[in-house]
Structure formats: C-alpha cells, structure tokens
Design a protein around this ligand. Structure first.
Ligand code: 5AD
Length: 343
C-alpha cells in the first residue's frame, strides 16, 4: 500500500481516517518524514527564505469576551490603552527603517476605535505606498471592513479558532458563532483582502475530530494566510487552569497545512516559540514561511497579555536573533512585501 505521506503529497489531501492516524501518531520517523516533505515543499515555493511582518498591537480595548483570551472584556486586571495615530506611525517608521515591508495592526474587537483606524490606514498608505497593510481587528460591521479596504489595507487576519460549532460555542460567549465568523471571512475576501484564518492547537475540549474539521475548512476556504498556534492558558480567564497545547502537534499541523495548501503564507507563531525553545526556527523548518517580530511600544507590552508568558522582546532585538537563527540553518530574510502568489 502506498504510504500515507505519499498520498498526502500527491493528492494534497487525505481521508479523515488517514488524517486521524497522522495527527495521533507518535511515530518519530513518520513525523520527521512529514516535516521534511513540508520543508521541501516550502523551499520549492519560497526558497530558503522567510517573509517578515511587523506587528503593532494598536489597542487592547475589546467588546468581546472570548473565554481563552487575556484581553477579554471581563478581565478587570488589564490597563486598557489605544495607541494614537502618531504612536502607530512612529512604530511603523521604526519597522520600516529595519526593513519591514508589511505592517500588521492588531487589536481587540472595538468597532468605535477601529473607525479611527480608517484615517490611520490612509496615512500609512500615503507615507509608505509600497508596504502591505494587514489588519487583525476581529468581527466588525461590513461597511467598516469596506472603508478600511478603501483606505488602503491589503490583508485581514481573522482566525476561525475552531470549525466545529459546538466546540466554538464552548470557547466563546453566548451569541458568537462560527457561522458569523465565516460570514465575516467571506465578506473580507469579497472586498479583496488577502484573508487569514487558523486555529489554536490543544484548546480546551479539542478533539482530533475538531482538528480534522479545521483542516477541511482550510482546504475548502483556501485562505491566503494560515495562523496556527498552541493554546496557552492565561491566568485571569475562565480557561486559565487548562493545560497548554502541544508544540509538537502544532508543528505537525504546519507541515500538513503546507502540504495541503503549498502556496499559503504560514507564520511560525509567537505562541509556538513561547511553548518551545527554538520554536520559531522549528516552525520554519516544519513548513512555515513567515515571522512576525513585535514593534509595539515596550511600555504597553504587559497590557497585551493574551496568554501568559508572551515574550516582551522588541522587534529590533528579535530581528537580530532571527537573522542569526536563520543563517545557521541556511535561511535568510526575503525583504519584500511577500504577498500571496499562486505558484
Ligand atoms: N492562547 C493561544 N492563543 C490565543 N489567542 C488568544 N488567546 C489565546 C491563548 N490563550 C489567539 C487567538 C486569536 C489570536 C489573536 O490570538 O487565536 O485569534
């Protein structure tokens, strides 16, 4: 019988049964073969190069109350902040000077605050016509998505978190649904955004079936960007006592997703490096091709604690480490915007 891995590489998909075997397997040599196949696929598309994204956490104000997230509305231990336009532009400028050509503005779900970002996006677009502007602002009214796009934003990250409706309901406050989230993602795509989805690995109550449903959703929607990280408990949340997700399983998912969607932009996430020493490079060697150094102001870092142990290193410092790590593995930075390209 043909090996499972050969079938995944040839068909770019697997049956539920095979996915279950792969996800639950503890066979180290199968894991290594999978990793190597995913790495080769990434290298065939992108070379031994990674794209950088400069992350700016513009506001921790959030109307939402996701049970896993440290900046949920009900967390009274968070000092809420919103960066001014000037602060955002200053940090973009810092990132630009270090060679970054994608800026990611990420924040809590806050439609009123996001109104003010329309003008900020227009200013970034005017000041740096050649950068990509990525937003990660949660579920917003569709007309606001449209105005942000009109102002010059190129990409939008909105992780689906889990594709299984019952599981989604357990991780989110009453009234939030995966259907609504998918409606937002379809609208973002219709507006011409490159669209990012993804899930947490090892979130409370997650089963292998849930992860298979996540992979099916990714295969079906085919997002340009796929962000996957381990769940990490945050002590001030209702899920703060649950165990963290497995970094090894996270790496396996990077590899499977790379083989299913070879052209996808896949970040080696900060959550992965938080859970695993050397995780950032391990993610790249497992098929990821994007790294997102943090350019948020240092004095706001502790207020953007979506999970415990989130590193506070500045983008400048991270960038030096990234370059060394990559060089040691024969990789380098590709200093371009790094848009999605169909190969
Ligand atoms: N652990 C891991 N990831 C988390 N996120 C939010 N809270 C946590 C947590 N406790 C992720 C979600 C969200 C992204 C911005 O951060 O997937 O979409």
């Amino acid at each position: 019988m043909e090996s499972l891995l050969n079938r995944l590489m040839r068909d770019r998909t697997l049956s539920d049964k095979d996915l279950r075997v792969l996800l639950e397997s503890r066979d180290a040599s199968l894991a290594e073969d999978l990793r190597r196949a995913a790495q080769e696929t990434a290298v065939s598309r992108f070379g031994k190069q990674v794209y950088l994204r400069g992350l700016i956490e513009w506001s921790n104000v959030c109307r939402n109350d996701c049970l896993y997230c440290g900046i949920r509305r009900s967390n009274g231990n968070v000092a809420r902040y919103t960066l001014t336009a000037r602060e955002i532009l200053n940090n973009c400028s810092r990132a630009w000077d270090m060679g970054l050509r994608t800026f990611v503005l990420q924040g809590g779900e806050n439609p009123r605050g996001a109104e003010d970002l329309v003008e900020v996006v227009a200013q970034i677009r005017a000041q740096w016509p050649d950068v990509a502007i990525t937003l990660s602002l949660g579920e917003l009214p569709f007309d606001l998505y449209a105005r942000l796009r009109q102002a010059g934003a190129d990409r939008f990250l909105l992780r689906h978190e889990t594709a299984t409706p019952e599981h989604y309901a357990r991780l989110h406050p009453a009234g939030m649904t995966i259907e609504h989230r998918l409606g937002c993602l379809r609208e973002l795509r219709r507006l011409g955004f490159q669209t990012g989805m993804g899930m947490m690995v090892g979130s409370p109550w997650q089963t292998t079936e849930n992860l298979i449903a996540d992979l099916r959703l990714l295969e079906d929607f085919r997002p340009e960007m796929i962000g996957i990280g381990p769940f990490i408990p945050q002590k001030d949340t209702p899920l703060g006592e649950f165990p963290a997700g497995s970094p090894e399983l996270t790496l396996k998912l990077y590899s499977i997703v790379r083989l299913m969607l070879p052209d996808a932009l896949i970040p080696s996430t900060t959550a992965l490096s938080t859970q695993m020493a050397g995780g950032r490079l391990a993610g790249i060697l497992a098929g990821a091709n994007v790294i997102m150094p943090n350019f948020s102001p240092m004095d706001r870092r502790e207020d953007y604690s979506i999970y415990d142990g989130k590193p506070a290193a500045d983008g400048a410092e991270t960038l030096e480490k990234i370059k060394e790590e990559l060089a040691a593995a024969g990789y380098s930075i590709n200093p371009v915007r790094g848009d999605y390209l169909q190969h």
